[in-house]
Design a protein around this ligand. Sequence first.
Ligand SMILES: [Zn+2]
Ligand SMILES: [Zn+2]
Length: 318
Amino acid sequence: MIALHFENGQLVEKETDTPQVRRGEALVKIQYAGICSTDLEILKGYMDFSGIPGHEFVGTVETPRSLAGRRVTGEINISCGRCELCRRGLGKHCRERTVLGIAGRDGVFAEYITLPMSNLHVVPDGVSDEEAAFTELLAAACEIPERVYISQSCRVAVLGDGRLAAMAAQVLRLKTKGLTVLGVEPEKMRVIAGLGIDTLHAAAIPTMKGTFDVVVECTGSRMGLPDAIDMIRPHGTIVLKSTFHAPLKWNPSRIAVDEITIVGSRCGPFETALGLLQKKKVVTAPFLTSVYPFKKWQTAFRRARQKNSFKVLLDMQA
Ligand SMILES: [Zn+2]
Ligand SMILES: [Zn+2]
């Protein structure tokens, strides 16, 4: 099969063997693979990954026969199932885990992948392949109200104007009337505002000190957490979604003095995400920037890096 390999700091197209299917695993033919910020970070050396990157996908099961032909998407953490964390239902934190296209396991910028069958979720009828390609991202947004109780009167700020912020805003507006998205890219903010969501330019942040009950940090940038700390009210909760990974200089005293809670949050529930897509409670079409045939992967990665792009998909069968 053809796949993209990341090795020695370079992403290259290579012919490789179709992966070996182990017990309990399925072989999945990838239809669409999504380019995510994590992938772009990996190409800069994040996680010291080498191999086939990519973790957002929709595809069709080839084997086993019991599932063959089903459209699926899949959870990215492959845990051991035996350790203390796994036994406590915290498999996504298993210390023995591999993570699809991120740590110790080849990912989805390939014609085929293998994944444990327990990681797969069948895509319901009425959800298109293009929509299903957003499942992993949307599931990460669905994790926010799982971690923090959000009432209808809660004042919630989403910091960021990217793909994750757009999904988080759509999930959170189902929970509260008091939602504001703060971002910087005018084109992207217009698309978010087009859904009837209140938006403000991030330049307004200094005027909003201590205003919000919950701040969801989705900027992926150095200023995200310090801005969130500025905006949260005493006793409020910050949900940190960005996996920004560099040392930060900031003053933590407000956390103690104003008794602020910071909740880290990563992957989320796929079934909730697929349910929202099926019921059309979340839309993805305005956030699908482009679909490129696999052969055009270099252009696709360039497009994904542009400031005004949301989600870029690779069609692995075109
Ligand atoms: Zn991702
Ligand atoms: Zn484990």
